[in-house]
Design a protein around this ligand. Structure first.
Ligand SMILES: Cc1ncc(COP(=O)(O)O)c(C=O)c1O
Length: 368
């Protein structure tokens, strides 16, 4: 080993030690907030070597938040650990939330309420206009009902916050105590779940001696990215964070994330200030609209299913992956060695989109 190698190795050790001590500090800060255990944490961090080889690019890893455990997993479980604890603290017995028809957030909220013995009302907004029976009844909608939630529908464009307020008033009149979880669980309480994920990932990487260059994920209601921005800032991390948008245009998405990140940092109470330049979203992969399939999403989901045996969803993680793959091909990550894709879950939604993937039928016995 040369002297330069020796120095580089020493530097890496010092950085890992510093990361671990900042992780510990952040754990102590987070421990001040009420939290219920709902997820299987920490989630695994795994290499996707067949995908990396296929793309001939950097080494790609997957942070398996699809394995959080609650009702087929996903990113909302981390947020719900803090939100449901807040609901319990307020003495609530009835949870109200809203989302799109195939909302993964609604499904995980219904499951969390079931686990904690609370009633759950879900309002589903018809954002796509699809009348496909699988879309309106299968996938997440089937699971919402299986978890015992009361599900009602609202037309696309309805004021869903006002709808939730009206429902909460009704619940109160019925003698129950409602707690409203915002769409996507995205407020400073929910975002704490992803402050914690930034800590968890940083700790995993430091212990494994892995230098993560970039972290990529699908961004929608913004709580996941806002929490990660705050967590990475608290850890003084140099990881390049990129959200791939699924609904709003870039300016609006970045502003939403930035606003929530600032509010989350204030809520955390450590005097952290958030840089606008730490908030990056690429919204080129939305296609015709929220929840509507794109060829890139279809190809990305098929590629990952065939190369890694992993399932992603058509609305969020599939479009996020499309962005990751396309940006690797276009050179956005050139010079970076290790890129982590945060798998935010959602595979239950695949069953709401069975005809989207244009798969061959069964082979007849005569053909074999
Ligand atoms: C599978 C999946 N990925 C990503 C997201 C986006 O997360 P956020 O709403 O926190 O931006 C969602 C939100 O519903 C989701 O269900």
């Amino acid at each position: 080993m040369t002297q330069t190698d020796d120095l580089a190795q020493h530097g890496a050790h010092v950085r890992a030690d510093l990361s671990l001590s900042l992780c510990k500090e952040l754990s102590i800060t987070l421990a001040k907030f009420p939290r219920v255990s709902l997820g299987h944490l920490p989630t695994p961090l795994e290499p996707m070597d067949r995908l990396s080889e296929h793309l001939g690019g950097p080494r790609i890893w997957v942070k398996r938040d699809d394995c959080t455990g609650l009702s087929s997993g996903g990113n909302k479980t981390r947020k719900l650990e803090f939100l449901m604890a807040d609901a319990q603290r307020q003495g609530a017995d009835t949870i109200i939330t809203q989302g799109a028809t195939q909302s993964n957030h609604a499904r995980q909220t219904a499951a969390a309420a079931a686990k904690l013995g609370m009633a759950c009302h879900i309002l589903l907004e018809d954002r796509t206009g699809s009348k496909d029976e699988n879309y309106v009844l299968n996938g997440n909608v089937l699971l919402d009902r299986l978890h015992g939630a009361t599900v009602s529908k609202r037309p696309g464009g309805a004021d869903m916050n006002a709808e939730m307020t009206t429902l909460a008033e009704q619940v109160l009149r019925d003698g129950k105590i409602p707690y409203v979880v915002p769409g996507g669980g995205s407020n400073p309480i929910g975002a704490l779940g992803y402050v914690n994920c930034a800590r968890e990932l940083t700790e995993q990487a430091a212990k494994a001696g892995l230098g993560i260059d970039a972290l990529v994920h699908a961004t929608g209601s913004s709580g996941t990215q806002a929490g990660l921005v705050v967590g990475l800032a608290a850890l003084k991390s140099s990881v390049h964070l990129l959200g791939v948008g699924v609904r709003a245009p870039q300016d609006k998405q970045e502003q939403m994330v930035f606003d929530l990140a600032q509010r989350t940092a204030d809520f955390l109470g450590t005097g952290l200030s958030i840089e606008r330049s730490d908030v990056r979203a690429n919204c080129d992969y939305v296609g015709p609209g929220y929840g509507l399939p794109t060829p890139g999403m279809v190809d990305a989901i098929k590629l990952l299913a065939e190369t890694e045996g992993l399932l992603f969803d058509p609305v969020y993680s599939g479009k996020g992956l499309d962005g990751l793959i396309d940006q690797i091909r276009k050179g956005y990550f050139d010079g970076m060695n290790n890129i982590v894709f945060l798998h935010t879950g959602g595979s239950a939604a695949l069953f709401g989109y069975p005809t989207t993937f244009d798969l061959p039928g069964y082979q007849d016995q005569d053909d074999t």
